[in-house]
Design a protein around this ligand. Structure first.
Ligand code: HEM
Length: 250
């Protein structure tokens, strides 16, 4: 009597079994269905995005009026600015000959260009406002007090970086407003005591705003400052967790 070998499962069957046996799902969701407090906490703690949040929070922190989500909204603006900024980079060349024309083209001929440019502008204005309002919220709830004083200092740096991002972006359209605003702004740097003039020279790459200033501001705006801001934001969020989550109401 001959015993027949069982037929080898096809590739489709193997993939189906693999998924249905739960190995793929289990490799992603390791904590089981989140229907118990333990599984819910594990789910948050083991997820790369959710682990930024604590697994337990004070009841008052769920109320929208505690933070008004101002810090979260500032971060949201930063993400939106990064996406719209990268899209604008496809059409904008930071040269004295092309910058203004490229801006006009983005506004008039590039598909969704008008929308992208205006989203970028409004989100930039909003971010400055939101960061400032977030700072006021932190101040009025006394959340800057120990052990959160270090995070307050990181926050101040984030505010300065936000303002610098806004300032460097202002020159890029290369129109009259941009040119004179940056001329006045950098002259203010120049009037600072001791190293003022030297700093102004380094900032604009010469004695007056021109091609060197444009390329310097562009590089700072699209690479230097966003990178530094990302690092400080990571420290800021990490610090919130290390300080035991948000400050409790007074
Ligand atoms: C790019 C700028 C900033 C971003 C994206 C940001 C983000 C956040 C987020 C998401 C939170 C959690 C609570 C909330 O949403 O309000 C937070 C908390 C905090 N932020 Fe900011 N922040 C920024 C700037 C600042 C500034 C300018 C300051 C102060 C000078 C600051 C100081 C703090 C402090 C002390 C906390 C802890 C508050 C508490 O425990 O209640 N942050 N930040």
């Amino acid at each position: 009597m001959t015993i027949e070998k069982p037929a080898k499962p096809s590739l489709e069957e193997r993939i189906y079994n693999y998924v249905m046996n739960g190995r793929v799902v289990k490799s992603i969701i390791r904590s089981g269905y989140p229907n118990t407090p333990r599984n819910q906490m594990l789910m948050v703690a083991t997820n790369v995005f959710l682990h930024l949040h604590p697994t337990r929070i004070n009841r008052t922190h769920v109320k929208i009026t505690h933070t008004f989500c101002l810090g979260g909204l500032s971060f949201f603006m930063f993400l939106g600015l990064t996406i719209t900024g990268v899209l604008l980079m496809f059409y904008y060349v930071p040269s004295v000959e092309r910058a203004y024309e490229d801006m006009q083209a983005i506004q008039s001929t590039v598909r969704f260009g008008f929308l992208m440019r205006n989203l970028h502008r409004w989100m930039a204005h909003s971010m400055v406002l939101l960061v400032f309002m977030h700072m006021m919220r932190v101040f009025y709830t006394g959340s800057y007090k120990p052990p959160r004083e270090f995070n307050w200092v990181v926050g101040v740096l984030l505010l300065v970086l936000t303002l610098l991002l806004s300032f460097t972006g202002y020159l890029l359209p290369w129109d009259e407003l941009a040119f004179w605003a940056i001329t006045v702004g950098t002259q203010m740097v120049g009037s600072a005591p001791l190293f003022g003039e030297a700093n102004r020279f380094i900032l604009i790459g010469g004695y007056e705003v021109g091609a060197n200033a444009l390329i310097r501001f562009y590089t700072l705006h699209v690479i230097g400052l966003p990178l530094i801001t990302t690092v400080f934001m990571a420290v800021h969020f990490w610090r919130i967790r290390r300080d035991g989550g948000l400050a409790k109401p007074l």
